[in-house]
Write a protein that binds this ligand. Structure first.
Ligand SMILES: NC(=O)C1=CN([C@@H]2O[C@H](COP(=O)(O)OP(=O)(O)OC[C@H]3O[C@@H](n4cnc5c(N)ncnc54)[C@H](OP(=O)(O)O)[C@@H]3O)[C@@H](O)[C@H]2O)C=CC1
Ligand SMILES: O=C(O)C1=N[C@H](C(=O)O)C[C@H](O)C1
Length: 246
């Protein structure tokens, strides 16, 4: 069996470095090139799949470049708005032979945390998210917290719940960002990697769902599984459920 040829955008970054190492260790795939900001993308031109862990401002151009060449993508870069996702859908429709996987979090624990939060959401009138990351993170709120909030919002809407109770003022920033009616609080702190708590409240009780990535190794089994998945799945795949068979 021939090996999957993998390229990496952001190859020298914190995640890119781990991805290069993980692909080199994985069966059935090999690294054929990588590049960073300002380097020619042609360095990954022989790849069948390009993994992108770059920057929210860079990823859209990278997607267009790959799809125009029929190269599949596994994307961990965050900061995707609905408008950006619509543009990716249009690019995929114009290049139907290529597959694009975008996942806001590749760690199995984070995928489960998001599912557990959506399952619990209809049972709790109150819910808030605290996301905690290393201080060099480019975006806030994190992609994971925004995805979690959208899922909680969808679960609450399906259960015809009223808005989350919130009697406090918003204009001093202390109540955080709001995504689909869910407040998200961002902490940036040396010593952290990637962590999130979903706090749910009802009269007389709370439920806290917490996930911690202490090491970027936590994301690698998901990235490797995503590479294997996307070579056989044209079009846009959002998040890890299909890859993991959930
Ligand atoms: N989905 C998930 O599971 C995870 C997602 N992430 C996300 O991944 C992204 C990267 O995170 P992280 O590795 O910590 O960030 P880093 O800043 O450590 O790395 C980013 C890398 O991308 C490079 N880069 C920037 N622009 C381009 C470009 N146009 N083409 C090629 N390379 C480029 C940078 O190069 P240079 O240094 O020269 O600027 C740098 O090497 C973030 O969006 C983060 O949120 C992070 C962890 C897990
Ligand atoms: O920048 C990071 O580090 C991470 N980014 C992703 C996000 O924005 O959710 C995933 C994880 O939280 C690590």
């Amino acid at each position: 069996m021939t090996e999957i040829r993998v390229g990496v955008f952001g190859a020298s970054g914190k995640m890119g470095t781990e991805v290069v190492r993980a692909v080199e260790r994985a069966d059935g795939m090999t690294i054929v090139g990588g590049c960073d900001l300002g380097e020619p993308r042609e360095q990954v031109g022989r790849a069948q799949v390009v993994v992108d862990f770059t920057h929210p401002d860079a990823v859209m151009d990278n997607i267009a470049w790959c799809l125009e060449r029929g190269i599949h993508m596994v994307i961990g870069t965050t900061g995707f708005t609905d408008e950006k996702l619509d543009r990716v859908r249009n690019l995929c429709a114009a290049h139907p032979e290529a597959g694009v996987l975008i996942a806001s979090n590749f760690s199995i624990g984070a995928v489960l945390m998001m599912r557990f939060a959506a399952t619990a959401a209809p049972f709790y009138p109150s819910v808030e998210i605290v996301e905690l990351h290393h201080p060099n993170k480019a975006d806030a709120p994190s992609g994971t917290s925004a995805t979690t909030a959208r899922r909680i919002g969808a679960a609450r809407a399906a259960a015809q719940m009223p808005p989350v109770p919130d009697a406090t003022v918003h204009d001093d920033g202390a109540r955080g960002a709001v995504v689909d009616g869910v407040h998200i609080h961002g902490v940036r702190l040396q010593g952290l990697v990637a962590h999130q708590e979903v706090l749910l409240g009802a009269p007389g009780e709370t439920l806290t769902i917490r996930h911690d990535s202490f090491d970027r190794a936590s994301f690698m089994p998901g990235v490797v599984a995503g590479i294997r998945y996307i070579v056989d799945h044209a079009g846009l795949t959002l998040e890890m459920e299909s890859v993991l068979g959930l």
